[in-house]
Design a protein around this ligand. Structure first.
Ligand SMILES: [Zn+2]
Length: 382
């Protein structure tokens, strides 16, 4: 409940030393306009005549009663409240702390507007106590807002982790919408598993709209644990996938480079290759030496490397498709950074060198192979 969450957050800054009943009585007095002749009577909602200490403690720890919320609302005074926030000799440090305490509930709060913002929050909290439908609307809006933010940040990773299927246990809703023209678009929400923790990647998952709405309005601790377990499983699979592909690539490339290191010149005699595609991929007017190097290496080693890869593939020691995809990804990343062809060539060779610890020249030859086989550089004539 908003009202209780907010008063718990602000109590250390408003009345640090007051016990709970006194804090509650003070807060009611700040919020209400109570004429002097009603003080200490049953008409004063802050009086002991109205509520005993025990009741106020219960209101604080559990929830304010609907009746008290109505009473406060009927006597609400914005000006008195704001005045009491700023006039009690509160230092800027305290006001700053107060502003920070309510930051999780609202945006744009500073020490200069904290009185106004806090009043609006408490008023909204009281209104929600009187009319629970308001609370549902607010919760939905908030969750939707967060979901949209998180989609932009983590969406594709979350969809990959759940295989485009709702993460909620027992639900198998697909999280893609298919249009008549065959185009599919993601159709999902990002759910925060445990609201008390931050919206980090380990605490969010992709779910369908129905499960999203149900969960944000109400869920039990065991439902939360089940969802957390699904998330942990997704994370585990992601880790396994990552390590597996990294190992395959390291090992595969390493073996290719090693085969070059151990190459006997006689092996090459019958394997000359005419590199017909190079001209389209490297601009000779800008990169003459690179073009020549690639041409030379490809002519001499292309077939040999290709055969080596095929042999290793047959022995299941080399994952051809995966490595090509990975090399292409690395290339795309470097190109997106705006690097020149020569810089890309050198950077990729160095990456393979770091991976295999072999001399750079062998790594250059492997990159030339991938240029010829189209993973590195694209057709510049198009
Ligand atoms: Zn679902």
């Amino acid at each position: 409940m908003l009202f209780n969450e907010v008063i718990h957050a602000v109590r250390p800054y408003l009345m640090k030393d007051a016990d709970v009943p006194n804090f509650m009585r003070n807060l009611i007095q700040m919020l209400c306009n109570i004429p002097e002749d009603e003080w200490y009577t049953k008409r004063d909602p802050s009086s002991e005549e109205s509520y005993k200490d025990g009741s106020l403690r219960k209101f604080y720890t559990k929830q304010l009663s609907k009746k008290l919320a109505k009473k406060i609302l009927s006597r609400l005074t914005r000006d008195n409240f704001i005045e009491s926030i700023y006039s009690c000799n509160r230092s800027d440090v305290v006001l700053d702390g107060l502003a920070q305490a309510i930051t999780p509930f609202t945006e744009g709060v500073t020490k200069d507007n904290v009185g106004e913002v806090l009043f609006d929050l408490l008023k909204r909290g009281l209104e929600e106590l009187v009319d629970p439908a308001l609370e549902i609307t607010r919760q939905k809006e908030e969750a939707q807002y967060k979901s949209n933010l998180l989609k932009g940040k983590y969406g594709s990773g979350l969809l990959e982790d759940c295989n485009n299927t709702c993460s909620m246990p027992g639900c198998s809703h697909h999280l893609q919408k298919f249009a008549d023209n065959g185009i599919s678009t993601p159709d999902y929400e990002v759910l925060i598993i445990n609201e008390r923790k931050g919206a980090s990647f380990s605490n969010i998952c992709a779910v369908c709209h129905d499960c999203f709405e149900k969960y944000i309005l109400k869920h039990s601790a065991s439902e939360r644990k089940e969802l957390q377990a699904v998330k942990d499983l997704q994370t585990g699979t992601r880790e396994a996938r990552k390590t597996l592909s990294e190992i395959n690539i390291d090992k595969g490339i390493e073996m290719v480079v090693e085969s070059l290191v151990n190459l006997k010149p006689s092996t090459l005699s019958s394997l000359n290759y005419e590199p017909t595609f190079i001209a389209n991929k490297i601009d000779e007017s800008k990169n003459l030496f690179l073009a020549d190097t690639v041409k030379l290496y490809v002519t001499k080693y292309f077939f040999y490397i290709k055969q080596t890869m095929q042999n290793l593939s047959r022995q299941k020691q080399y994952s051809d498709e995966l490595i090509r995809a990975e090399i292409k990804t690395i290339y795309n990343r470097l190109e997106a950074k705006g690097l020149s062809q020569l810089e890309i060539y050198e950077s990729m060779s160095k990456q393979i060198h770091n991976l295999t610890k072999q001399e750079l020249i062998y790594c250059n030859i492997v990159i030339c192979y991938f240029i010829q086989s189209c993973e590195v550089f694209h057709d510049i004539t198009k």
